[in-house]
Design a protein around this ligand. Sequence first.
Ligand SMILES: [Zn+2]
Length: 249
Amino acid sequence: MIDTHSHVYEEEMPNYKEIIEECKNKDISMIINGVDNKSNKEIVDLANEYDNVYPAIGLNYDQIDYFDDKDLEDLEELIKSNNVVALGEIGLDYYWTKENSEKQVYFFKKQLELAKKYDLPVIVHSRKASQEVFDIIKESGVRKGSMHCYSGSVEMAKEFIKLGFKIGIDGPITYSNNVKGIELVKEIPLEYLLLETDSPYLAPEPNRGLQNSPLNLIYIAEKIAEIKGISADEVIEKATKNAKELFNL
Ligand SMILES: [Zn+2]
């Protein structure tokens, strides 16, 4: 199994090394996503240490006020000197504030340019910004990536798929009354879905409210299987294939 979106590093999870080792014993790999160059650096080091860790690096919205062009230069250096599998997580978030939207857009566009330059997929965070994210990606020419923890409409998901993107499904699919999520999983063929946890956040049932980890990926696969009326093994097999193809693992 491959968790295509997690934050299993020191700042987010003090027990990150135990988790990575336990996952290794259970044949679970993970793409760990950075949010700034401190976490990005930590993640590429982890990937050198553990063969079940793949690094995705990026400058994410929540630190945006502190970033400048030097961060983009440092990011590019990290891409050049390491076996990075994706630019991520990157994107736009207008849930908390729209005041810094200009700067968010600037960094999103710059990182899409880097993805294009180094022929890497992107892992995109989008909240309250679906249409703008779509327009910016379309214009950028980037044609591979994942819409991480996708929460938009089925119609929009289909538009992202047409652009060459896959749709990340996380723990909230297991929450009761997630009508929108269930509709999405029903409508979108398995070949376009990815399994991800966003650890340490968004733990699925039956571990909701606890620290999340890639060990919980199975509950997401089981829920997708239930919705689609197929076996969890089939979900895992196809989602693993999707992840391997997209991120060239
Ligand atoms: Zn994330």
